[in-house]
Ligand binder design. Structure first.
Ligand SMILES: C=C1C[C@]23C[C@@]1(O)CC[C@H]2[C@]1(C)CCC[C@@](C)(C(=O)O)[C@H]1[C@@H]3C(=O)O
Ligand SMILES: O=C(O)CCC(=O)C(=O)O
Ligand SMILES: [Fe+2]
Length: 373
């Protein structure tokens, strides 16, 4: 499995040589261009399915202690291994989830020139991106993305609705309301998961819920068009999420895979379930006990695949440090850092892959030692 770190300096902002990811044109070509072809080692596959537990949250909401402890045990086993599990009876209205997935078409089927009007600015995470061709020059993901931030510290200020209306116009207000509500539900669910993670780690039950109460999270809409050579391309390349917790809603197409026991294993779509995975920041909060694992997304010849990834992140200036109970004999696996520092690292200096947290830790220590000179 070779996902060697790419160069530390990323592609300059959009210029004339930037490839335009226009699925309506690209799909008419018999071959994909070299920029979308990934190294052979990143494309190995197996027919295995990841053994990710399906956690029924009904017991948690009913405060049924035996169910809560059983769920915590299943979560502990999965997170010490590959960091992935799925949840059902999570309390998110199925029609809201359905709308959030279906409404992606309203944006991504717009003509490319309209989407490009909303492309993300260099250094910003918000807006449209086509294959990240403005940031990278090779190993381009076969996907379009639309990303925006979510925080609900001031309830009077629906940041997502405002983002949609101010960015896309008032005709997108109703759609913006759906994503505002969806993000609010994702935040609520992520804090429930944080309680279960605390219980599973033997940490004070409210510790992580309080740590993320004033979170500053990211909503990433993924749109993977059909690809004429899916065995050569990747929708999203091998990476670990630098964030804390990911709540992924995938459609029924399939394509999410996790690298576990030296093999790529599929996470099949489960109706009404949401996929949860640990990110690098939570791996650091658990002092390395829970794993942020390598995962990727495949594409296929026939069907567009859609997914919604809600990335829970702490307030940007909050110090990421494991609770005392997670540190034995003073052994720390990672240095203190803030999400602002790790986010900047992934946006300006390093393309998130399998080594992000390790390279980031070295970068941080180098930067801090040089600042003392
Ligand atoms: C902090 C982030 C960077 C990426 C989005 C995210 O919010 C969490 C996941 C990261 C990402 C998806 C990991 C794979 C590579 C990446 C460049 C992508 O394919 O989109 C990453 C995102 C990014 O925009 O840097
Ligand atoms: O689309 C998927 O199934 C996974 C996407 C992903 O891993 C990400 O956006 O971080
Ligand atoms: Fe991911």
């Amino acid at each position: 499995m070779d996902s060697s770190p790419t160069s530390l300096l990323l592609r300059p902002p959009m210029d004339t040589s930037t490839i335009l990811f226009d699925p309506s044109i690209l799909q008419k070509q018999s071959k994909i261009t070299k920029e979308f072809i990934w190294p052979q080692n990143d494309r190995t596959n197996s027919l295995e399915v990841l053994q990710a537990p399906l956690i029924d949250l009904q017991g948690f909401f009913l405060n049924h202690e035996p169910s809560i402890l059983a769920s915590a045990e299943l979560i502990s086993s999965a997170c010490r291994s590959h960091g992935f599990f799925q949840v059902i009876n999570h309390g998110v209205d199925p029609s809201l989830s359905r709308q959030a997935l279906d409404f992606l078409d309203h944006f991504f089927t717009l003509p490319l020139p309209l989407k490009l009007r909303h492309r993300r600015n260099p250094g910003s995470m918000w807006g449209y991106a086509g294959a990240h061709s403005d940031r990278f020059s090779s190993n381009l993901p076969w996907k379009e993305t639309f990303s925006f931030g979510f925080h609900d510290t001031s309830l009077s200020h629906p940041v997502v609705t405002d983002f949609f209306t101010s960015t896309l116009g008032h005709e997108f207000k109703q759609i913006g309301l759906v994503y505002q509500k969806y993000c609010e539900e994702m935040k609520k669910l992520s804090l429930t998961i944080m309680e279960l993670l605390a219980i599973s780690l033997g940490v004070e039950r409210m510790h992580f819920r309080e740590f993320f109460e004033d979170s500053n999270s990211i909503m990433r809409c993924n749109y993977y068009p059909p690809c004429q050579e899916p065995e050569l391309a990747l929708g999203t390349g091998p990476h670990c999420d630098p964030t804390s917790l990911t709540i992924l809603q995938q459609d029924n197409v399939g394509g999410l895979q996790v690298f576990s026991d030296e093999k790529w294993k599929s996470v099949p779509p489960v109706p009404d379930a949401l996929v949860i995975n640990i990110g690098d920041t939570f791996m650091a909060l658990s002092n390395g006990k829970y794993k942020s694992c390598l995962h990727r997304a495949l594409v296929n010849r026939q069907r567009t695949r859609k997914s919604l990834a809600f990335f829970l992140c702490p307030r940007e200036d909050r110090v990421v440090r494991p609770p005392p109970g997670m540190v034995v004999d003073g052994m720390r696996k990672y240095p203190d850092f803030t999400w602002a520092e790790l986010k900047e690292f992934t946006q300006k200096h390093y393309r998130a892959d399998m080594n992000t947290l390790q390279i980031f830790s070295q970068w941080l220590l180098t930067a801090s030692s040089s600042s003392f000179k």
